[in-house]
Design a protein around this ligand. Structure first.
Ligand SMILES: NC(=O)c1ccc[n+]([C@@H]2O[C@H](COP(=O)([O-])OP(=O)(O)OC[C@H]3O[C@@H](n4cnc5c(N)ncnc54)[C@H](O)[C@@H]3O)[C@@H](O)[C@H]2O)c1
Length: 372
């Protein structure tokens, strides 16, 4: 039987895809979204969905109470999403992400009777900081860090004990968090607050740690989030994608339709309750390769990535997902290869216009000493 589902932040990139996935499966979907200008522009387009759209703020108790009326399942996605920006818009990130989550949870535990059947909260790979590494002897290093003096010498790779080389490995959920930005701190607070109160009030709760999500619908004019969207916005405007360090840092890119499916599975799997689960593709690419492949896919092969040799404070060198737990608990298997995903993204991009704000966003970081 169809469920009645609320998605906070449901008008955003991942929320829109999830909303369509759930509608197609026969569920009723309501969206609570404040259509933040940074994501949607000053004149948001009409939202392309069958969902019931409630324009409102997750920090507002009345809006949340109204949004929860008759709801069985909640996906909590509403958040400010930008690692670099969170390092100077501190109050706004903590206000939106932490207070928003606290307001939702307060309503769930004091107003919602009977309790909802499931809460799924969007967390992030950013909470890991550096991913997992091993030494040449196979010793696991789960707190690799980079020193500013090494970064200033363009010595980009984290080192093991005694300065010896270490190699990155897929990062499992058991890797200890190393919070390197206000955004990461707020995402960790969001997931832990949901899991803690979920356990205390018997609300089956799942936290999904998304890796780098990409696909059609990501905000192209938001220079603070989504490396592929940021590169696309540069290339669409005839400019080089701006790549930090030497471009050889590795990430895990997962297609938004795979993420939407993982969310759908997380709402159904009884084994998933109480867990944090990585959602990625399980495959790693360098940022440089992504920039080059995007330029080729967008038929602009002469546009070469611009390597800045600069580094953002708090950026990690390598982090990509171990998705064994998602396979085990959710039966999740990524379906979209990077080649297919890039083809589909390029098709969508050919119908888009983007305002390229990359230079302003990067200048903001440099002027504050947040990029060196
Ligand atoms: N996109 C990624 O690669 C990625 C990776 C890791 C985690 N996440 C997490 O997934 C979730 C969704 O991300 P996304 O990429 O779709 O971001 P997005 O910016 O496209 O969507 C977020 C939505 O939340 C809304 N919103 C923000 N503050 C709100 C508030 N106070 N009240 C109501 N609505 C509010 C925005 O208007 C927007 O529509 C976020 O929680 C994000 O932290 C995303």
């Amino acid at each position: 039987m169809g469920k009645r589902i609320l998605i906070t932040g449901g008008a955003g990139f991942i929320g829109s895809h999830l909303s369509r996935e759930l509608e197609q499966a026969g569920h009723f979907v309501r969206i609570l979204d404040n259509f933040s200008a940074q994501v949607h522009g000053s004149r948001p387009e009409r939202h392309d969905t069958l969902a019931e759209v409630q324009v409102g703020d997750v920090r507002n108790r009345e809006h949340v109470k109204l949004a929860l009326n008759g709801i069985d399942i909640v996906f909590h996605f509403a958040a400010s999403v930008g690692v670099g920006q969170s390092m100077y818009e501190v109050r706004s990130y903590i206000d939106n992400n932490n207070l928003g989550t606290a307001t939702l949870l307060q309503a769930l535990i004091t107003e919602k009777s009977p309790a909802i059947e499931r809460l799924v909260v969007a967390s992030s790979m950013s909470i890991y900081g550096e991913g997992l590494y091993v030494t040449a002897e196979g010793t696991v290093i789960d707190k690799a860090r980079r020193e500013v003096r090494d970064l200033e010498r363009h010595d980009w790779e984290p080192k093991g004990p005694g300065g010896l080389p270490i190699s990155p490995r897929p990062t499992p959920e058991t890797k200890r968090p190393e919070l390197a930005s206000v955004y990461a701190l707020s995402k960790f607070d969001q997931e832990q607050m949901c899991l803690m109160l979920g356990a205390a009030y018997k609300i089956p709760t799942v936290a999904l740690r998304f890796f780098n999500v990409y696909g059609p619908g990501q905000a192209l004019s938001n220079p603070y989030t989504g490396v592929m969207a940021i590169f696309a916005s540069r290339i669409l405007n005839g400019h080089s994608p701006v790549v930090y360090e030497d471009g050889l840092q590795k990430r895990d890119f997962v297609h938004v339709s795979d993420v939407a499916r993982a969310c759908h599975l997380a709402m159904q799997s009884s084994q998933a309750a109480g867990h944090v689960i990585n959602i990625g593709s399980g495959i790693q690419y360098t940022i440089l390769e992504i920039a080059e492949r995007m330029a080729r896919a967008m038929m602009r092969p002469t546009i070469r990535p611009e390597l800045t040799g600069k580094c953002r404070i708090g950026d990690v060198r390598h982090c990509f997902a171990d998705i064994s737990l998602a396979r085990k608990l959710l039966g999740f298997e990524p379906r979209i290869t990077l080649s297919d995903g890039l083809r589909e993204l390029t098709d969508w991009l050919s119908r888009q216009r983007a305002i390229d704000k990359t230079k302003e966003a990067n200048a903001e970081l440099l002027s504050r000493g947040l990029a060196i």
